[in-house]
Ligand binder design. Structure first.
Ligand code: NDP
Length: 295
């Protein structure tokens, strides 16, 4: 039985961070200042705190300026919008990221909508999603952009390939589909109402699973030789040692017998997200400084 390749997202992300670091050095030389990323964290959610800390460290490691703004759960929407407005006008800040989810009393769409689209390094603002949908230069959501980078690295030209994206969220599924379409794939978006998901997935040369259901996509659903990108992050109880572990949306062990290549969880798409965030910040900094987009 042949076994597919495991795509090393960790190594790819490390190379991307190095490239960003070189781009940052060039930016500093050209402008005399460092690109800056502001991260806003509301509340004390432990997972979000860990994520924000790690973003801060990697931002600094890439040679950029990191600004963290921690606010209590109790912050009012107006105060949060005032902070965003301040950051929009702060010349040192090229990228603004508001860590989601926000507490229930705050309208997430209003907060994202308040970010200057030129500084929207998460790519969630409707101006950026609209530009992506219409094929214009945009700041693109980090996770799907990381997925397309891995796919192009593995497959080269994606033109004409059948791609199935499972999941239609605004942050992963929809932008992922737009990026695949821009690469001239024939794209199907599947979701919770899709009938006979197994046969839809079986058509695909490229499968992107972004559902949030542990190992839902079975190995036998995968067309032989397909490339699979597993975006899911699901914590499951490990019955053997009583601890929990992280698994993706794809039953990787089964799928390995069918795929050409697959991203593992952890170590696949996950590490790409922060690396692409740094890249987006560098891209935003270049655009704001009137410089050409970095390579
Ligand atoms: P959402 O919950 O926003 O969206 C999930 C999507 O999956 C929805 O479109 C939903 O369909 C669809 N879905 C749910 N159940 C089924 C089913 N049984 N069959 C087919 N489709 C189904 O999730 P996100 O897009 O935010 O995230 C998806 C996963 O990716 C999560 O595990 C998340 O943790 C992970 N993630 C990982 C990141 C990374 O850095 N690696 C970054 C972001 C997310 P419907 O719309 O019909 O409800």
């Amino acid at each position: 039985m042949t076994i597919g390749k495991i795509i090393d997202g960790k190594a790819f992300a490390a190379t991307l961070r190095d490239t960003v670091g070189e781009g940052v050095a060039g930016f500093v030389e050209a402008t005399g200042r460092k690109p800056g990323l502001a991260v806003v964290l509301v509340g004390e959610d432990p997972a979000s705190s860990v994520y924000v800390r790690s973003k801060g460290k990697m931002t600094v490691a890439a040679g950029m300026e990191s600004f963290e703004f921690k606010r209590p759960d109790s912050i009012g929407e107006e105060d949060l919008l005032d902070l965003i407005e301040e950051l929009n006008h702060d010349e040192r800040v090229d990228g603004i990221l508001v860590q989601l989810p926000l507490p229930g009393h705050i309208d997430e769409a209003a907060v994202i909508g308040a970010i200057d689209p030129a500084k929207d390094v998460d790519g969630f603002h409707v101006v950026n999603s609209g530009k992506l949908a219409t094929g214009q230069e945009a700041l693109v959501p980090c996770t799907p952009l990381g997925c397309i980078m891995l796919l192009k690295d593995e497959l080269g030209d994606l033109s004409g390939l059948e791609a199935v994206v499972v999941g239609r969220s605004n942050i992963v599924g929809k932008p992922m589909a737009a990026l695949l379409l821009a690469e001239s794939c024939t794209v199907t978006i599947a979701h919770s109402r899709t009938r006979d998901l197994a046969s839809v997935v079986h058509r695909a040369d490229i499968v992107v699973a972004a559902v949030g259901r542990a190992e839902m996509v079975k190995g036998e659903w995968i067309k032989p030789g397909a490339t699979v990108i597993d975006v899911g992050i699901n914590r499951v109880a490990d019955t053997e040692d009583g601890k929990s572990r992280i698994v993706g949306d794809v039953a990787t062990a089964e799928a390995l017998a069918h795929v050409r290549a697959i991203t593992p969880v952890p170590g696949g798409v996950g590490p790409m997200t922060i690396a692409v965030l740094l890249r987006n910040t560098l891209v935003a900094a270049h655009a704001r400084a009137g410089l050409a987009k970095p390579a």
